[in-house]
Design a protein around this ligand. Structure first.
Ligand SMILES: *Cc1c(COP(=O)(O)O)cnc(C)c1O
Length: 246
């Protein structure tokens, strides 16, 4: 797998290079420094072997969306490769899974309720106590841009109370910023512009919560134009996800 003739590694390297070019072009077009924009490579549904290949290609930040698969995969990779890397939880979270997630996630991007924040407060405390983590759990509040309960997210008016709740637990949690997904079928540019306005309001009240996790394979240009600091890219790097039944 270290072999550069490994076809899967070449495919991943090509996807990474193409994505880096898109990010750089979008940043330049927006008058931003490409270095301000982080890339999470979304490895959900792909095997630990692919994560190891990506680590060898220099990737150090990953996004996963399913627990407990993500925790198992992360542990398997850590046992095989002696480099530091971070994995963020980006998918919808069930409260009962908070304990597992707090053991491996650097940050959770998809926080959209007060009970979930409570759950992560307790889960982070236990993970810190057990030595499973050594720093606070970063939370990003997911903003709903369409009110669709299936896709999750808080209404704009619910953001401030949720942020206050996160800030009330500085020993276990940190308020990193906001996350959103463009509504299905919507014009991503309009959606991201709306997100940028919501974020500007939010930053006036919570000026340290500077992360904006927005943009995926299909709409990263629009997200970067409207202030994204972290794009979450799966398909454009990994290829089409295998179809699995849940
Ligand atoms: C799967 C997923 C992504 C990656 O989507 P692609 O279109 O494959 O780039 C990004 N964000 C979230 C929340 C996801 O679940």
């Amino acid at each position: 797998m270290t072999d550069e003739r490994d076809p899967r590694s070449s495919e991943l390297a090509d996807g990474l290079a193409a994505t880096a070019r898109r990010i750089a072009a979008a940043a330049t077009a927006a008058g931003r420094d490409p270095a301000e924009i982080g890339l999470l490579v979304v490895t959900k549904y792909f095997p630990a072997d692919d994560v190891v290949r990506l680590l060898r290609l220099g990737v150090r930040e990953f996004g996963e969306s399913r627990e407990p698969e993500a925790g198992r995969k992360t542990a398997a990779v850590r046992a095989r490769v002696d480099v530091d890397f971070a994995v963020d939880m980006i998918g919808r979270v069930q409260r009962k899974k908070a304990g597992g997630i707090a053991r491996w996630a650097r940050r959770v991007h998809s926080v959209d309720s007060l009970p979930l924040i409570e759950a992560f407060d307790g889960a982070s405390a236990r993970a810190l106590e057990a030595g499973d983590r050594d720093r606070t759990l970063g939370l990003l509040l997911q903003v709903s841009l369409d009110g669709d309960p299936e896709r999750g997210g808080l209404a704009p008016a619910e953001l401030a109370p949720a942020a206050e709740r996160v800030l009330a637990s500085p020993d276990t949690l940190s308020l990193d910023g906001l996350m959103a997904m463009a509504p299905l079928g919507a014009d991503p540019d309009e959606a991201m512009e709306r997100l940028a306005r919501i974020r500007a309001d939010f930053l006036r009240r919570f000026p340290h919560a500077v992360e904006l996790s927005a943009g995926m394979s299909g709409d990263l240009e629009a997200a970067i134009a409207h202030g994204s600091t972290c794009v979450r890219v799966g398909t454009a790097i990994m290829g089409t996800r295998p179809i699995v039944s849940l």
